[in-house]
Design a protein around this ligand. Structure first.
Ligand code: PMV
Length: 335
């Protein structure tokens, strides 16, 4: 059986940064993201004899390639934990540019996990997977063990990851579906350099920041406010909170020992331009930034279109891409 899974990436509005327990992928705080529509990892999976084989963007990965090792490690882990034996051929690409500030590890790891389970279980839809004991939530937990944020890509709409009282009581669930509020996201590619510190290493440093414990103390309150803003579909409520949240996470990063700077002068200059352009034109658009230098602009379609005009004028050479909230992963059986 050959399966094609298309798994969208997600952008966190309330960020996951820092882990209680790296081994069991237990986050230090709850997080909440929106799943995108078109920005996806498209992964073909079929059985293969003798070994696992990985093709990424048309090129076979060598056995010492760090990507190969990360993917192989996750497949070996799944096989051992779940008792499957077949090796797999994986052929994957992303529909969005790499290093554009989108979490390809989230969509990529979720696609690998979902595709592998479909082939091992001979299941080509979520109902059959669930009937065989693999609910969406179980698949989400298996995905987050490959990359934390991957667990949130198993649903469309808005998804919450709760840390729970211990590592085994974590909860991943959809809080609003994609029909609730079709928010858009424009990613402005300020700096396409590969990030220097992978998030796995970054998470470890969080505890060394004097700002980290105060951040954790405020997370529950922030989650409740973000949920209420989403419920009311209110950008004036949601927007300032997501900006403050992302800057708080970056303040933790910058005050870690050693400090981590995921963005620099180009991004800060862009943010200054963006804020004054927004004020002058009365736009309800708000920024967020993950562990990278590129900026995500969140808001409704009408204001996004106006924003693109100003962007083209003032930053004629900058690249940007736009997408909206989507309905989550798709599975197809190839004949
Ligand atoms: O899933 P990871 O280990 O790549 O960490 C993701 C961290 C952020 O993207 C910065 C925030 C988040 O919640 O997605």
């Amino acid at each position: 059986m050959e399966i094609r899974v298309t798994v969208p990436t997600n952008i966190a509005l309330l960020k996951y940064w820092g882990k209680e327990d790296a081994e069991r992928q237990w986050p230090a705080n709850d997080s909440l993201s929106m799943t995108m529509n078109g920005w996806s990892s498209v992964t073909l999976v079929k059985e293969y004899v003798g070994t696992d084989r990985f093709i990424f963007r048309g090129e076979k990965l060598g056995q010492d390639d760090p990507k190969f090792l990360k993917l192989k490690k996750h497949l070996d882990f799944l096989r051992t934990k779940l008792g499957f034996t077949q090796f797999l051929a994986i052929n994957s690409h992303n529909t969005f540019p790499t290093a554009c500030g989108l979490a390809s590890s989230a969509s990529g790891m979720a696609a690998l996990t979902l595709g592998a389970l479909c082939v091992w279980l001979e299941a080509a839809d979520f109902a059959t997977l669930a009937a065989k004991g693999y609910t969406r939530e179980r698949i989400a937990h298996l995905s987050r063990l490959g990359s934390g944020s991957a667990g949130r890509s198993l649903w469309g709409g808005f998804v919450r990851w709760q840390k729970g009282a211990d590592a085994e009581s974590q909860v991943l669930e959809q809080v609003f579906d994609d029909k609730h509020w079709p928010l858009c996201n424009t990613v402005v590619m300020i700096d396409s350099e590969e990030k220097k510190t992978p998030s796995t290493d970054g998470h470890k440093l969080a505890w060394s920041s004097p700002l980290f414990l105060p951040r954790l103390a405020g997370m529950e309150n922030k989650m409740n406010k973000i949920l209420a803003a989403l419920q009311q579909k209110s950008l004036p409520l949601l927007g300032p909170m997501i900006e403050q949240e992302c800057l708080e996470m970056h303040a933790v990063m910058m005050s870690s020992q050693p400090p981590l700077f995921y963005f620099g002068e180009k991004t800060t200059r862009f943010l200054a331009w963006f804020r004054s352009m927004r004020e002058r034109n009365h736009l309800q658009l708000y920024f967020t930034i993950d562990a990278g230098a590129n900026v995500h602009i969140i808001g409704e379609k009408e204001d996004q279109i106006k924003f693109h005009e100003f962007l083209r004028n003032d930053y004629p050479s900058v690249e940007f891409i736009i997408d909206h909230v989507g309905s989550g992963p798709q599975i197809e059986e190839l004949v």
